[in-house]
Design a protein around this ligand. Structure first.
Ligand code: SF4
Length: 437
């Protein structure tokens, strides 16, 4: 059987796409190789959102020239956003790459691979944007107890710094029947926690069905104990959806909802579609209605024109809102975005300093907030041994709090009541009180 090795960079959507491509190829007789040395085909699923992710994928693709020369018949495919953004130019930089496949063309992969069997065929590309979402049987992803499920792909928004609408196209929601069939298949294969993914997951809509309806239906699926969601856009958070989160149960009160900046001037320049005040009022409404809600946020520092005052405003918001965690990025111009031609006028040293100060502010806020949680007993889904200390397990509660506690690797996938004893900047240590199945 031919064997494929698949490397994925970037967001969870990319990781999920890689899984789905693996499943699709498995139905065509491809085995997954654990190491590149064992593979006949090397696929790199790329990300274009940050310059760094593209550089890493390019470095890997460059280094594969030797890998390909080691055995006749080996092929290299570049998938995803970088292939879509660079198009045929990528072959100029990396001529040993055999084919490119954009995020909306994965269903065409088996046919492309068939065509590459013809020695006369080189350098294929499938980069049309026609709105097709790859539908694959989910049953093969069984065995694990957590799984991602894409509810939509692409994005209709026009944030000036973001390349996603270009590379992944406009938003396409999947039919609720397909999503819920996937959830049922995953549950039957042992999955207990599903995470619904969308670039703006809360703008999901299919005729009269919104994300809240999907959450309720997934929460009612036998075997499913938790349903999570990534990523929410503040402008699409409706009262109807807040009501679904307020119902609780398997619907987790954990919301990744990027603010991006604490300055209205910068938010307007980024074309985010909300003000800081609107975001704050939304957070207040969510906290009033959704018990034990925790929010996480992305921030970009050093967007063109960001002044010290703008950055101070971001620091203030990080301290005032009280996020569970934040992800901070230093702005880098991305080709194909509206912001690309703008002068990247914030010096790198200032970007570095602002980045560090923002993370420090979050660490300080987290420490204070986490202290207030000590003594609570939380239901933790044990995800596996801690990376630092294999005699301890790592897991999360419904709100997304990261907890380490003594336990055995065999407990992975079980729900354990853990009493929180100590808090650090980003996580908790605790001890099991009662174990559940
Ligand atoms: S909402 Fe904005 S940042 Fe998020 S994917 Fe869409 S364009 Fe990009």
């Amino acid at each position: 059987m031919p064997r494929v090795y698949l490397a994925a960079y970037g967001c969870q959507m990319n990781v999920l796409d890689a899984d789905r491509v693996r499943d699709l190829l498995a139905t065509e007789g491809w085995e997954t190789a654990g190491e590149p040395e064992d593979a006949d085909l090397y696929l790199i699923n790329t990300c274009s959102v940050r310059e760094h992710a593209e550089q890493r994928a390019s470095a890997v693709a460059g280094s594969l020239k030797r890998w390909k020369a080691q055995r006749p018949g080996r092929r290299i495919g570049v998938l995803g956003c970088m292939a879509q953004r660079e198009q045929g130019e990528l072959f100029g930089r990396l001529p040993h790459v055999d084919f490119l496949c954009g995020p909306e063309n994965y269903p065409a992969l088996p046919e492309m691979l068939g065509r590459l069997d013809d020695p006369a065929v080189t350098h294929l590309a499938a980069l049309e944007q026609h709105g097709e979402v790859l539908e694959v049987e989910a049953s093969r992803r069984g065995g694990a107890f957590q799984a991602f499920v894409a509810v939509s792909q692409g994005c209709d928004r026009t944030c000036t710094f973001c390349v996603v609408p270009k590379t992944r196209g406009l938003e396409k929601s999947r039919a609720p029947e397909a999503i819920l069939a996937e959830v049922r298949q995953l549950a039957a294969a042992g999955v207990r926690e599903v995470t619904f993914l969308g670039q703006t997951v809360n703008s999901y809509r299919w005729e009269g069905t919104d994300l809240g309806d999907l959450l309720r239906a997934a929460a009612g699926t036998e075997g499913i104990r938790r349903v999570r969601t990534i990523t929410h856009h503040p402008a699409h958070m409706t009262e109807r959806l807040i009501s679904a989160f307020a119902e609780g149960g398997p619907i987790c009160p954990s919301l990744p909802m990027p603010l991006q900046s604490g300055s209205d001037r910068v938010l307007a320049a980024m074309r985010r579609g909300y003000t800081v005040d609107r975001y704050r009022r939304l957070v207040d409404r969510l906290r009033e209605r959704v018990e034990d809600l925790e929010l996480t946020s992305d921030f970009i520092v050093g967007y063109p024109g960001e002044s010290e005052e703008d950055f101070e405003a971001t620091l203030r918001e990080v301290r005032a809102v009280g996020f569970l965690n934040i992800f901070a990025f230093k702005y880098s111009p991305r080709p194909g975005t509206e912001a690309f031609p703008l002068v990247d006028d914030v010096p790198q040293a200032d970007k570095e300093r602002r980045h560090r100060l923002l993370l420090d502010a979050q660490a300080e806020t987290s420490r204070a907030r986490n202290q207030a949680q000590l003594g609570r007993a939380l239901e933790i889904l044990a995800e596996g041994p801690s990376k630092r200390d294999p005699s301890r397990l790592t897991g999360r509660d419904r709100s997304g709090r990261l907890v380490h506690f003594p336990g055995q690797a065999a407990q992975a996938g079980t729900f354990v009541q853990v009493r929180l004893e100590r808090a650090s900047g980003l996580s908790f240590s605790g001890r099991a009180c009662i174990e559940e199945s």
